[in-house]
Design a protein around this ligand. Structure first.
Ligand SMILES: CC(C)(COP(=O)(O)OP(=O)(O)OC[C@H]1O[C@@H](n2cnc3c(N)ncnc32)[C@H](O)[C@@H]1OP(=O)(O)O)[C@@H](O)C(=O)NCCC(=O)NCCS
Length: 166
């Protein structure tokens, strides 16, 4: 596949209406095994993300147009990756390229990802980027997620941990 013309830049408040629309799609929510966020949940959630300098939240642009986002955030003490691409652009290699670009921007390792085991596309994106499944576990239902079998993945590498001093 020819590599798509994907670039990243920080998400801004002006992007949120488009990102909100992306996550309304029922097929995308079924794939990701999440409940969509309504306006009352979505905008405060993203306001917190944009206000947090520890989170990398990148808009994914295809030929300059906003088609999704890719993020790196702390979840339970682990640097964790997430992404979402608008359905009309699936299957063009955009998530794979966006993740590759994010991995160049974020040098920290290890990085983690949690994906519904049924989300074969997302698993493929992560495995292409070098993530490997460390285990599967049952994830109970929460306000955000229906119960599902979840794959936990890690991307190792980078500098080895500094040994403890004398
Ligand atoms: C998952 C998602 C990000 C993938 O985005 P995308 O831009 O279509 O991904 P890419 O085109 O880079 O790669 C998809 C890969 O899955 C493969 N694929 C497509 N359908 C597949 C299927 N049913 N089973 C297995 N692999 C599949 C493609 O062939 C491709 O792999 P390849 O490049 O080796 O051929 C996108 O579908 C999405 O946003 N879904 C909804 C939200 C979501 O699931 N987010 C992730 C939550 S963890």
């Amino acid at each position: 596949m020819t590599e798509p013309a994907v670039t990243l830049r920080p998400v801004t408040a002006a992007d949120l209406d488009t990102l909100f629309a992306h996550q309304l799609d029922a097929e995308a929510n079924a794939m990701a095994v999440v409940h969509l966020r309504d306006r009352e949940a979505f905008y405060p959630h993203w306001a917190r993300i944009l206000a947090d300098p520890a989170i990398t939240a990148s808009a994914v642009l295809l030929d300059g147009a906003l088609v999704g986002h890719v993020t790196c955030f702390d979840q339970g003490g682990q640097d964790t990756i997430g992404y979402w691409i608008a359905k009309e652009h699936w299957g063009k290699g955009i998530a794979s390229r966006a993740l590759q670009l994010l991995l160049e921007q974020v040098p920290r390792r290890p990085l983690h990802a949690q994906v519904a085991r049924s989300n074969h596309r997302s698993l493929r994106v992560l495995e292409r980027a070098g993530f490997r499944v460390t285990r599967y576990e049952h994830a109970p239902a929460t306000e955000r997620f229906p119960a599902c079998e979840e794959a936990l993945l890690v991307l190792d590498g980078g500098e080895p941990p500094t040994p403890p001093g004398p």
